[in-house]
Design a protein around this ligand. Structure first.
Ligand SMILES: C[S@@+](CC[C@H](N)C(=O)[O-])C[C@H]1O[C@@H](n2cnc3c(N)ncnc32)[C@H](O)[C@@H]1O
Length: 241
C-alpha cells in the first residue's frame, strides 16, 4: 500500500512501562484516512475507563465511522471486553479496509473472519452504512453493549440518519446499549440540531467530562496542536426510560 504514514502514540502503563500504538494514515483526500482530534479524545476516554465502564468481559463494543480506528485499537489492547467490531462504510471508501488491516498488523492484532470467532486477540471489520441500514448486518451482530463514534456527526445533513441507526440498535439489539460519541463543535447551530434530534427520538444524553490531555497516559506526535481546534464534547446517548 503506497502513500501512507504512521502515527505513534505512547501509552504509559501502571508498571511504568509504555506501550506504543501505531496508526496508519493515508495521504489522500478522504475523511476516513486521517486521525481526527475527536478520535484521540475518545481513545483517551476509553483508556482512562479501561478498569471501569469498559471492563466487562462479556461485553461487545462496536465502533461506527471508525476511519483509522484508534479508539477500537485502544479498546482491544487495554480493555477487558469480548468482541471489538470496527465498521465504516467501506464500499464507498475501499482503501480504508486495507489501511485498517495495516494498522492491525502494526499492533499485532488479528483480523477475525467471523463475529463469533473465539480468538480474544482479534477484531472484526465490517461494512456498516448508517444511511442505508442493512438487515443482514443487524442479523449477524451479537448483543452490542457499547457503540462508540468519534467525529461521526460532522455533516449535519447526516445527523438524523445516524440517530435513527442508533435508535434502531437500541430497539432491536439491546435496550441498555450506551452510545459514546465525541463531537467537535464546529457550529453551534449543528450542535443544537443534534441535541434536538436526541430528544426527537426519545433518547437521553449526558455530557461527560473529557479527560485532560495527560501526557503520561496517551501521547503522540502533533496531537496537542490538532486538539486545540474547536471545543470537543463527549456525549453518552442512551434510551430514555
Ligand atoms: C470525520 S471522519 C472520522 C473518522 C474517525 N472516527 C476519527 O475520528 O478519526 C468520519 C468517518 O465517518 C465515516 N462515514 C461517513 N458517512 C458514513 C456513513 N453513512 N456510514 C458509515 N460511516 C460513514 C467516514 O468514512 C469517516 O471514516
Amino acid at each position: 500500500m503506497n502513500g501512507y504514514k504512521i502515527k505513534s502514540f505512547r501509552i504509559n502503563q501502571d508498571t511504568n512501562e509504555s506501550i506504543e500504538i501505531k496508526i496508519a494514515e493515508l495521504c489522500e483526500v478522504n475523511y476516513g484516512y486521517y486521525i481526527w482530534p475527536c478520535s484521540i479524545k475518545m481513545a483517551r476516554f476509553i483508556h482512562q475507563n479501561r478498569n471501569g465502564i469498559f471492563n466487562l468481559k462479556e461485553a461487545n463494543l462496536l465502533e461506527i465511522g471508525s476511519g483509522t480506528s484508534l479508539p477500537a485499537i485502544i479498546a482491544r489492547k487495554f480493555c477487558n471486553l469480548n468482541r471489538v467490531i470496527i465498521t465504516d462504510h467501506l464500499e464507498q471508501n475501499s482503501k480504508l479496509f486495507d489501511l485498517i488491516k495495516k494498522t492491525l498488523n502494526l499492533n499485532k492484532i488479528d483480523l477475525l473472519n467471523r463475529l463469533d470467532d473465539e480468538n480474544s486477540n482479534g477484531i472484526c471489520l465490517e461494512h456498516f452504512d448508517w444511511s442505508d441500514l442493512d438487515q443482514n448486518f443487524f442479523k449477524k451482530l451479537p448483543k452490542i453493549d457499547f457503540v462508540i463514534g468519534s467525529d461521526v456527526f460532522f455533516d449535519s445533513a447526516m445527523f438524523e440518519d445516524l440517530i435513527v441507526a442508533i435508535s434502531f440498535l437500541i430497539e432491536f439489539i439491546n435496550k441498555n446499549l450506551e452510545f459514546y460519541t465525541t463531537y467537535e463543535i464546529r457550529s453551534f447551530n449543528s450542535y443544537l440540531k443534534l441535541l434536538h434530534l436526541i430528544e426527537k427520538y426519545s433518547l437521553n444524553f449526558i455530557k461527560l467530562e473529557i479527560p485532560e490531555g495527560d501526557h503520561s497516559e496517551l501521547s503522540g506526535d502533533e496531537m496537542e496542536i490538532k486538539i486545540n481546534s474547536h471545543e470537543i464534547v463527549l456525549l453518552k446517548i442512551f434510551k430514555k426510560i
